[in-house]
Ligand binder design. Structure first.
Ligand code: HEC
Ligand code: HEC
Length: 368
């Protein structure tokens, strides 16, 4: 089986059921449903229990911290905050400015642009399936989503607001006062802002791709060319050395040489977090789901197209002193390159966010 259910590991301990009905024909399988506990605060007693639907291809078990259970109201509040411009210094930007749901939660720019046009040094990664993540940011400097989500607010190249200012702006709004009170049973606090945003980010999922359908037994879901590409992905291309598992990432850090230019590293990556010299120029392996919708690529957005990404790997990345031993010249033929590309394009699935009947985005990226 491609996905598994482990009741012993279910952190919310309510009920998890695997509904593996053979609906191959319509290509939509409800792999499982995670029940979400009703509200954590007294005021929530009446909240109807919500369900996070895990799409085909993803692990039925998503680790959700005990101190931040998913509730319908909290996720809805997080969603609202995710597009709240009050959270930027000049009230011009929100999380969606750089993580646009219509672009699989990326911004299409080489590096992101924050308030008053300030540019950072890194490309905005997609936020899909981050609920399964182990560390966050390209260098893994945040260890939980709760820790991560408030950093863009404070980053001077992004939203550029202190948490105290953010909290005071939210307290000034009657709606937010009411909604935080309903979810957390107290006035707006910075830590609750983090809990709500993290809960929403956990509901951003992509699954049910052609590749998932193929793996679940629908042999024709992948074209002949994409199937050949899959063989290269697993074999000659050696991509599965790092891109594996339900989201095609090992969640670890590798140096493929992207940051190496003119005999030096432009970005030390993971090394800045750990101080371990072996981590120089290493970055977190990104997911390959929705990959043909999230250009440009790599931590610095330096590669514009998937064709160029394959070229990069084909030549063995950028050789440098800490290059990962799994990266080496591949000698792919023109046909093999085209096959691999077809396989990468089959990673488009259905992006969903929020709980219950909220928006889904289809393979074209428009609302469904
Ligand atoms: C100005 C653009 C910008 C804005 C606004 C922004 N982000 Fe990001 N986001 C980025 C960039 C760039 C990175 C990668 C930075 C790095 O790794 O150093 C990132 C990384 C992330 C990650 C880590 C993903 C991963 O794979 O590790 C999460 C989660 C995230 N952002 C959530 C948010 C939330 C929530 C907000 C709103 C509070 C937000 N972002 C606002 C640009 C932005
Ligand atoms: C040694 C581990 C490793 C191997 C092998 C590997 N990758 Fe990667 N991949 C990574 C890392 C790490 C990154 C991010 C590098 C960076 O930004 O500096 C990445 C980035 C990518 C990206 C860009 C994703 C994005 O969102 O920006 C694509 C596409 C990709 N790899 C495809 C492949 C393919 C196809 C293969 C096989 C030919 C492959 N990778 C082999 C580790 C690996």
């Amino acid at each position: 089986m491609y996905f598994q259910i482990d009741l012993d590991m279910d952190p919310i301990g309510v009920e998890s059921l695997l509904r593996c009905s053979a609906l191959w024909g319509v290509g939509l399988i409800v792999a499982g449903l995670i029940s979400v506990v009703p509200g954590d605060a007294g005021a929530n007693a009446s909240t109807p229990s919500a369900r996070l639907e895990i799409p085909l291809g993803l692990d039925i078990y998503m680790p959700i911290p005990e101190e931040n259970p998913l509730t319908r109201q909290k996720v809805a509040l997080g969603k609202r905050l995710f597009s709240e411009r009050l959270l930027s210094r000049d009230r011009s930007l929100s999380c969606t400015s750089c993580h646009d749901p219509r672009r699989a939660f990326t911004d299409g720019r080489q590096v992101s642009r924050g308030v008053v046009g300030r540019e950072g040094t890194r490309n905005a990664p997609t936020l899909i399936n981050r609920g399964y993540g182990a560390t966050f940011f390209w260098d893994g400097r945040a260890r939980s989503l709760e820790e991560q989500v408030v950093q863009p607010i404070q980053n001077s190249n992004e939203l550029d607001l202190t948490l105290a200012e953010a909290v005071s702006r939210l307290r000034d709004q009657r709606t937010y006062r009411r909604r935080f009170q309903a979810v957390f049973d107290r006035q707006v606090e910075a830590q609750d802002l983090a809990l709500a945003l993290a809960s929403y980010v956990r509901t951003i999922l992509s699954g049910n791709s052609l590749y998932d359908r193929y793996l679940s037994g629908e042999r024709d879901a992948l074209s002949v060319q994409a199937r050949k590409g899959l063989q290269i992905f697993r074999g000659k291309g050696n991509c599965t050395a790092c891109h594996l598992g339900p989201s095609l990432t090992d969640e670890r850090f590798h140096n493929t040489g992207v940051a190496w230019r003119n005999d030096r590293l432009l970005d030390e990556g993971r090394f800045e977090v750990t101080g371990n010299p072996e981590h120089r120029g290493a970055f977190k392996t990104p997911t390959l789901r929705e990959i043909d919708r999230t250009a440009p690529y790599m931590h610095d957005g330096s590669i514009r197209s998937l064709e160029e990404v394959i070229e990069f790997y084909n030549r063995g990345g950028n050789p440098n002193p800490t290059l990962d031993s799994e990266v080496r010249p591949l000698n792919l033929t023109k046909d093999e390159t085209a096959d691999l590309l077809a396989f990468l394009r089959a990673q488009r699935g259905i992006v969903q966010e929020g709980l219950g009947a909220s928006a889904k985005y289809n393979r074209q990226g428009g609302p469904e």
